[in-house]
Design a protein around this ligand. Structure first.
Ligand code: OGA
Ligand code: MN
Length: 207
């Protein structure tokens, strides 16, 4: 399927349900390139402990999240990152067409969860700024098995009663959801867990 059609499908799912899990959003060669770069950066020591909150209230809280992140600089992207950001731009346009959300830009980071790391239940939209509107998590893992753990656990999914939905971080899968609607958490894994996580933002927001 072409990127345009895949993105139209994701946008239609988001419009209907508010969330979407799409396997094989990118092809294996792009996933492998992004994963290899992520490991290279990790080995060079450029990742930082992820923070909680934003601006003046940004703090490292290892009891809440223990992943390490490297923010993507749109002005200094690798070839693989540029290729992914092109997919993201196609998706932004498709979501705006389907949901009229007025998504304006995208901020994202590479993330590594060393074995045993986690991110406790949270909501992606900040309390003091409403720009983050759609979350988009792309997994970069190779041959992930359910027994490896590391699921993304999504709460408040309509139709699943009180049961949360667990999504294993299978490489190439893109998970999207409305950033203010779905509390979620990352369960610990027995293996290193790689992702490229980002947020489509509106131009203006409170704060
Ligand atoms: C996040 C997050 C989910 C995941 O970074 O805010 O919830 O599956 N990530 O990595
Ligand atoms: Mn999150």
């Amino acid at each position: 399927m072409s990127t345009v059609r895949v993105c139209a499908h994701v946008a239609a799912q988001l419009a209907e349900h508010g969330w979407c899990v799409h396997p094989d959003f990118i092809d294996m060669s792009l996933r492998d390139a992004l994963a290899a770069e992520t490991r290279e950066h990790w080995q060079r020591g450029t990742f930082r402990h992820a923070g909680v909150g934003r601006g003046k209230t940004l703090t490292v809280r290892p009891e809440i999240r223990s992943d390490r992140v490297l923010w993507i600089d749109p002005a200094a992207c690798s070839v693989a990152q540029t290729a992914y950001l092109r997919h993201i731009e196609t998706l932004r346009v498709a979501i705006n067409r389907a949901l009229y959300l007025g998504l304006f830009d995208f901020e994202g980071h590479l993330a590594i969860y060393p074995p045993g790391s986690f991110y406790r239940k949270h909501v992606d939209r900040f309390a003091d700024n409403s720009r983050r509107t759609v979350s988009a998590v792309l997994y970069l893992n190779d041959d992930w098995q359910v027994a490896d753990g590391g699921q993304l656990r999504l709460y408040n999914i309509p139709g699943t009663a009180a049961q949360p939905l667990d999504v294993p971080p299978v490489g190439g899968t893109l998970v999207t959801f409305l950033s203010d609607h779905f509390p979620h958490e990352v369960l610990p894994a027995t293996r290193e867990r790689l992702s490229l996580t980002g947020w489509f933002r509106t131009r203006e927001g409170l704060g």
